[in-house]
Write a new protein. Structure first.
Length: 381
């Protein structure tokens, strides 16, 4: 019987990815240890993570100083980012091979400026895919309407895609459709689909953060019975929403359309639970892991959440244990006055804005660092 809770989680059918990257863990053996001891099978990166790594350490200084002249801060970021992602892909290569390309992926994100531009998203994703040059890289595309269109084209091209910033069931449905349509386009072109992979990154804890604010506001102006109902719903929306997303996944990846693709070797577009660290200290610190455990899922965790789950997490299949209750939570939220469509629309807008802010801060930080290192920098794009 396994004693490592992360290994038990992996054995329950959930892939454990690390929502973190920096050059130190790539070079000091820490990432290899996590793969070996804690059943880690993938990694996600984003500008916020790189911003911290670049600002807080000096491990990138030599590469920045020795980079070709004329590079902008953006070019320098892509240089260090693709170098790290390529190195991580190489470390995960044995996982990729041993799972027959079922796992071992490392994600890299397009820049925020292309989030609402289909053609620009496609062009940037293709460039990143080519620059990293590894079969187990996944390019992250935000789940906007334009992003979904880009996903279809990229999947048809054979580019692995991680669709990120998904908050609503409707958005999830659209990226599942984009994935399947892209595979069908690829089949129609006479190309192999067995090597194409995708995950749909459904964000979790941010939903509770936003819904709980609205429940507090409803409780503050309502009568005692309304207050009680509102308080009883706090901390329940995010898990219910994600569980219903899993039901959509189960329902959609079934039937004739999917079976035709599966017969040609198509892979499931697995739900990936993102934003799974607990933001509210009143909630259990591993609740967004424990309540979303099930087969054919991924949970990308920051290091602290992974360590917390390893220390005291409970492993049992929960993601589809009580779908009726999940649906009832959503109905009760509507009854009490929470407009969930408005919630998810706001979260997408806020997520894109946060993404842009992190990217701008990262570029500004790189410009400061290059000055500190005495390196001239090219004109901004």
């Amino acid at each position: 019987m396994t004693t490592n809770r992360l290994t038990a989680l992996h054995e329950a059918g959930q892939s454990i990815w690390l929502d973190f990257i920096d050059r130190t863990i790539l070079e000091n053996g820490e990432l290899a240890r996590l793969i070996r001891e804690d059943s880690l099978t993938g990694m996600t990166s984003n500008p916020t993570i790189f911003e911290k790594a670049l600002a807080e350490g000096d491990e990138y200084d030599n590469q920045i100083k020795s980079a070709p002249p004329g590079l902008t801060a953006w070019d320098l970021f892509e240089l260090v980012e693709t170098t790290d992602v390529r190195s991580a892909c190489d470390i995960f290569a044995p996982t990729y091979k041993s799972t027959n390309a079922g796992d071992g992926y490392v994600s890299i994100e397009v820049s925020p400026g292309v989030s609402n531009d289909t053609n620009a998203s496609i062009a940037e994703a293709r460039r990143l895919w080519s620059t990293v040059g590894r079969p187990n890289v996944m390019v992250k595309i935000p789940g906007t309407t334009e992003g979904a269109r880009a996903v279809r084209a990229l999947i048809a091209d054979g580019v692995n895609v991680n669709i990120t910033l998904l908050f609503s069931i409707d958005a999830h449905r659209s990226v599942i459709e984009a994935y399947m349509a892209g595979l069908e386009d690829r089949v129609a072109a006479g190309k192999d689909i067995a090597g194409v992979a995708s995950v749909a990154s459904f964000f979790v804890s941010r939903v509770d953060t936003e819904v709980d604010k609205r429940l507090d506001a409803i409780a503050a102006k309502g009568d005692p019975s309304v207050k009680d109902r509102a308080m009883a719903l706090k901390g329940r929306a995010a898990i219910a929403n994600a569980q219903l997303a899993y039901k959509l996944f189960q329902d959609t990846f079934a039937g004739d359309r999917w079976e035709k693709l599966a017969a040609r070797g198509a892979r499931l577009q697995r739900p990936l639970w993102a934003s799974t660290s607990t933001k509210n200290p009143a909630y259990r610190d591993v609740v967004y892991v424990e309540e979303l455990i099930g087969p054919n899922t991924v949970n990308t965790m920051p290091p602290a959440t992974a360590e917390a789950f390893k220390d005291h997490g409970t492993v049992e299949r929960t993601v589809d244990r009580n779908l009726r209750e999940a649906q009832r939570v959503m109905e009760q939220l509507a009854e009490i006055g929470v407009d969930f469509n408005d919630v998810t629309n706001k979260l997408l807008v806020d997520g894109l804005a946060s993404f842009q802010k992190s990217f701008d801060s990262l570029i500004a930080g790189l410009e400061r660092k290059t000055k500190t290192l005495g390196r001239p920098i090219g004109a901004a794009r």
